[in-house]
Design a protein around this ligand. Structure first.
Ligand SMILES: O=C(O)CCC(=O)C(=O)O
Ligand SMILES: [Fe+2]
Length: 321
């Protein structure tokens, strides 16, 4: 893990950029907001930019920046993302995340997720306590690649912690946990798996008529450089195409989930999870629904947004539904 603690002076610089971004009145259209953020991100503290560029080049699996400034008058934690969207709670922190995120990658979102918002809210939601989405609480959120089903899935999932009163851990496990027999490893490197949209996606999604669509093309779990492979995995939203692949998938699941690392995010911590190198999840907790609940802002980043432009045949920052 790589970590950087921002100094008071650096926090002040970021606050000034956030103030200016707000004063400039950028509208919240995802394309213009993302492009404006990338321009402004060039003025972030040099030490932060160097740190993020270094983490990106080294392909650091987990990268944490601590001390991202939060509004001392932060709103109560909204109960679920819809409430957050309605009230614009944590808007200042959204901008801080957008600016720092834009120094690491190109921000983008999904038409099918949180109504096409560029920055998402992650907070416990009533009725979702045991769901397989980030709005859950009482049930362990199993280790997953974010948006495992899609070729435009994020290179980085960035999470900025606004509150975490009970120190609930984000769990992470890397491809190095997969100490498998050659047969099982081979199975994971062959296109013998189907991946599906998770329950946070609503409505029809490109190439998928529903979350239960079993027609998706078979693909690999492990891919890329042989010595440092990439990984895509989400046991809840994938299926093996044959018994041998099923055996390898279960073995991989056991190894990944047996002893994941625990990253406890404190307010002002911003973690960049390399979505090609590590899977992430969350320990269970008891929701409060009293305004003091755990609350994260989430941003998806591509290393190059042209992957999305080329696939959707349009300059958009939202993966089309
Ligand atoms: O709540 C967390 O720590 C992680 C949730 C998650 O998987 C996500 O927001 O993508
Ligand atoms: Fe996630």
């Amino acid at each position: 893990m790589q970590r950087l603690q921002l100094t008071d002076a650096e926090q002040a610089e970021i606050n000034t950029l956030v103030d200016r971004f707000i004063a400039a009145g950028h509208d919240w259209d995802p394309l213009t907001a993302a492009e404006a953020a990338t321009a402004t991100a060039q003025r972030l503290p040099l030490r932060l930019r160097e740190f993020l560029t270094g983490a990106r080049t080294a392909e650091s699996g987990i990268t944490v920046v601590s001390g991202v400034p939060l509004d001392p008058r932060l709103a109560d934690t909204p109960i679920g993302w819809e409430a957050a969207a309605k009230s614009a709670a944590g808007r200042r922190e959204e901008i801080a995340l957008l600016l720092c995120g834009a120094a690491m990658g190109d921000p983008f979102g999904w038409e099918s997720q949180q109504e096409g918002r560029l920055v998402h809210d992650v907070s416990p939601s009533r009725g979702m306590e045991t769901s397989l989405t980030s709005a859950s609480s009482e049930k362990t959120l199993s280790l997953h690649t974010e948006d495992v089903f899609h070729p435009c899935r994020a290179d980085y999932v960035a999470l900025l912690c606004l509150r975490n009163p009970d120190g609930v851990a984000t769990t992470v496990a890397g491809v190095d946990a997969l100490r498998l027999s050659p047969e099982r490893r081979d199975a994971l490197t062959e296109p013998r798996f189907h991946f599906f949209p998770d329950d946070s996606h609503t409505g029809p999604i490109t190439g998928h008529t529903s979350g239960d669509d079993r027609e998706a093309e078979a693909d690999r779990v492990l891919f890329g450089p042989e010595q440092a492979p990439y990984l895509r995995f989400d046991v809840d939203f994938m299926e093996a195409a044959d018994p041998g692949a099923g055996d390898a998938m279960r073995a991989a699941d056991e190894l990944l989930s047996s002893s994941p690392d625990r990253v406890v995010l404190n307010p002002g911590d911003l973690v960049f999870i390399d979505n090609y190198k590590v899977v992430h999840g969350r320990a269970p907790f008891t929701p409060r629904y009293d305004g003091a609940d755990r609350w994260l802002k989430r941003l998806n980043l591509l290393r190059d947004v042209r992957r999305l432009y080329a696939r959707s045949n349009t300059r958009t920052r939202l993966v089309p539904a």
